[in-house]
Design a protein around this ligand. Structure first.
Ligand SMILES: Nc1ncnc2c1ncn2[C@@H]1O[C@H](COP(=O)(O)OP(=O)(O)O)[C@@H](O)[C@H]1O
Ligand SMILES: [Mg+2]
Length: 345
């Protein structure tokens, strides 16, 4: 086979393949080095350790390879732009006619793989958590409505007075909260079947805004809308998307300061493959601390006293099922911005 064939084979490999001489200077490196932000030519003759975050590649390991030991180890490497990558390095002695003349090896970037593994583990954990919680919710639902009914019968019959009224009210409020958890939980765990129709997203936004009118009025919060163009058509399940929008708006109202404003915008964004309809909901509330941002879509994550932590989990489910995407950005004390993108037909 021609030499060109092997060169192509090496250059097209998805791993970084390298060889260094006894001084640790590159004598070969494949095209993959471009992914690390380097130019192949500028590196030949340069020490390997100078580019790949020298302090982390122990010289000791390199020496041992020279003495004829094969090595595999994980480490973190920083590319030319300063981005850290988790990698697996495999190295072995480079021999020529029976003498060791250097070290050769591969470096495989496993950052993405690790991220996917973590995500899969998270999803599995959440799925089994969901099954468990749904089982419990089903068990609780009937006894709970019996408690509720009996409480209200007793209240009527005993006509409580003074502090007893309060005791009844607390009990009834707690039952109400439990009911909310149970129904949101069952909602969250129910497999979603979408009834997709092409419809105008802005109409659904208007319905969702109307649905949160009462809590808005209570706090003096106004909602300002800005829809660029007339309609923003998308393939949607009306009920589900409206529910998702209500959940997001409610969070914003709850986080808002008195008499502040919530902005809701809609636009259609052009992408090379297809267009997407985007809704942006921005509040001026207390915001989300950075440490919490990664948990807000987890079921049961809540920072509110009467929260269930299921609102955004339900939103995430609905958006995912629409093959859409959702992002939340926030700076503590400065409000939060939620963006949803949905495929436009
Ligand atoms: N607009 C927002 N501003 C500040 N915090 C928010 C906002 N939206 C969501 N959060 C945070 O995310 C958490 C989870 O939200 P959610 O899933 O709707 O559950 P819940 O509203 O029952 O707490 C909230 O408790 C709150 O801490
Ligand atoms: Mg909520």
């Amino acid at each position: 086979m021609k030499e060109g064939f092997f060169k192509k084979l090496l250059d097209n490999a998805s791993d970084l393949i390298w060889a260094v001489d006894m001084e640790g200077r590159f004598i070969y490196i494949n095209d993959n080095i471009k992914e690390w932000g380097y130019d192949k030519e500028e590196l030949i003759g340069q020490p390997l350790l100078s580019i790949l975050n020298a302090q982390r590649i122990g010289k000791r390991e390199t020496r041992r390879s020279i003495m004829g030991i094969h090595q595999t180890y994980e480490m973190e490497i920083v590319d030319k732009k300063g981005t850290a990558h988790k990698v697996v390095v495999k190295s072995s002695p480079l021999e020529e006619e029976g003498t060791i003349v250097g070290v050769m090896g591969i470096i495989r970037d496993i950052t993405e793989l690790e991220r996917l593994e973590r995500k899969l583990k998270d999803e599995e954990r959440l799925a089994s958590l969901g099954r468990l919680a749904t089982g419990i919710a089903h068990e609780i639902r009937n006894p709970l409505s019996s408690v509720k009914m009996n409480l209200s019968i007793l209240k009527k019959r005993l006509s409580p007075k003074g502090v007893d009224v309060e005791h009844f009210e607390i009990a009834q409020e707690e039952v109400f909260h439990l009911e909310k958890i149970v129904s949101e939980l069952l909602d969250y765990a129910k497999p979603i079947t979408l009834d997709l129709k092409i419809c105008d997203l802005t109409q659904l936004i208007d319905v969702a805004i109307a649905a949160v009118a009462a809590p808005c009025a209570e706090k003096g919060v106004t909602i300002r809308t800005e829809y660029d163009g007339r309609g923003h058509m998308a393939l949607l399940d009306k009920t589900k998307i409206t529910q998702a929008l209500i959940n997001i708006l409610l969070n914003s109202v709850q986080a808002s300061l008195e008499n502040s404003e919530i902005f809701v915008g809609a636009e259609t964004v052009k992408f090379p493959s297809s267009d997407r309809a985007r809704v942006v909901i921005r509040d001026q509330g207390y915001g989300i601390p950075e440490d919490n941002l990664k948990y807000i879509f987890d079921p049961f994550f809540t920072t509110r006293k009467d929260g269930t932590g299921l609102g955004l989990s339900i939103v995430r489910n609905i958006v995912d099922n629409h093959e859409g995407s959702i992002t939340i950005e926030s700076e503590q004390g400065k409000g939060a911005t939620v963006s949803i993108e949905l495929p436009a037909p």
